[in-house]
Design a protein around this ligand. Structure first.
Ligand code: CA
Length: 334
């Protein structure tokens, strides 16, 4: 599946030791005739072992992943590593620079355009490189997400339902070992073009996350992220260190198909339930207030089923079609 790309890398990803450089995405434009986008990349290679690819900022307004990967790149010691770790902390670098979910250059959502296109716009070229040059040699891929500016999640490590039962079991064991408060099997609403499905279809171990959101982060969420990455490397036998202690055993849950609530109204969103709190079917989850219509009653959205509040709309303004809430439900660990 390795395929020639228009993106080049300024470092040798096979070299032993620790190296930092850039991916060079050609982008000839008005203000830079022979210009390029430079995307930071780190590689740490120790003794024999698997190749782990860590990516973050697949969406540019999600912060736990990039911060944790920048810190991990500084911390990793090739002498204590079995295998190779490739880190791409700001995969959609232009979106990170702009603080936006999708690329400001071509308007493309990177996580809906895999496996990319060699001759596409910069986001497509970059996805093509990641898929053909970085995913191809990787044994494990970890893509770190959060909710961005418009969603907020209970910090969680995430996998998907897989047809391959052995891979499903390996992935479940891996996400539980990361020690986040919540390990969750997520039902994606629209999988076309996601890095997730592109990697899973290759039969590789894939882990993703929803570590928070709202366009910022907290000390607790960063700590959960860093512990998760460290403990995953320990779990896979790649790091010659002890895993960090986990305060309490992770909850294992999933997102039932009837747990997604979409707004049919535009207005001001009043959340009525805290993230992570238990909910019962029929319980009010949130209200939309019609601030342009003084005599109109607010609309209350109810929980469609029992569970807990896994994610919610974050900004004060809500529009018709926005995801208002997602419920999770516990799942048997056995
Ligand atoms: Ca995301």
């Amino acid at each position: 599946m390795s395929e020639n790309s228009r993106v080049s890398c300024t470092i040798d990803l096979d070299a032993a030791g620790k190296h930092a450089g850039y991916l060079n995405v050609p982008w000839s434009r008005d203000d830079s005739a022979w210009g390029a986008i430079r995307i930071p990349i780190h590689v740490v290679r120790g003794g024999d072992g698997p190749t782990m690819l860590f990516t973050a900022a697949n969406h540019g307004d999600e912060y736990e992943g990039p911060i944790a990967l920048l810190k991990l790149a500084r911390k990793l010691d090739p002498a204590r590593l079995k295998g190779r770790v490739i880190l791409l902390p700001t995969m959609d670098h232009p979106a990170v620079q702009a603080g936006t979910r999708v690329s400001p250059i071509d308007g493309i959502n990177m996580n809906r355009c895999f496996p990319g296109r060699r001759d596409g716009t910069p986001t497509l070229m970059m996805a093509h490189y990641v898929y053909h040059q970085l995913v191809a040699p990787a044994d494990i891929v970890v893509d770190l997400h959060s909710g961005g500016k418009t969603l907020d999640f209970v910090p969680s490590v995430v996998m998907h339902e897989l047809d391959d039962t052995a891979l499903m079991e390996r992935t479940k064991t891996a996400i539980l070992a990361m020690g986040a408060p919540l390990a969750l099997v997520l039902k994606e609403l629209d999988t076309a073009g996601m890095l997730d499905s592109a990697v899973e279809e290759l039969g590789k171990l894939f882990v993703t996350t929803e570590l928070g959101g709202g366009g910022s982060t907290t000390p607790e969420r960063i700590a959960i992220t860093e512990r998760g990455l460290h403990n995953l490397l320990c779990h896979l036998g790649m790091l010659d260190e002890a895993p960090q202690a986990v305060p309490s055993p992770p909850r294992f849950a999933y997102t039932p198909e009837d747990g997604f609530v979409v707004s049919d109204d535009a207005g001001l969103f009043e959340p009525l339930v805290e993230l992570g709190a238990p909910v019962e079917a029929g319980q009010p989850l949130g209200c939309v207030h019609f601030f342009e219509e003084i005599d109109r009653e607010p609309r209350t959205y109810m929980a469609p089923r029992d569970g807990f509040l896994y994610a919610r709309h974050f900004p004060g303004l809500i529009k018709r079609g926005d995801c208002l809430a997602v419920l999770g439900a516990d799942r048997d660990q056995g």
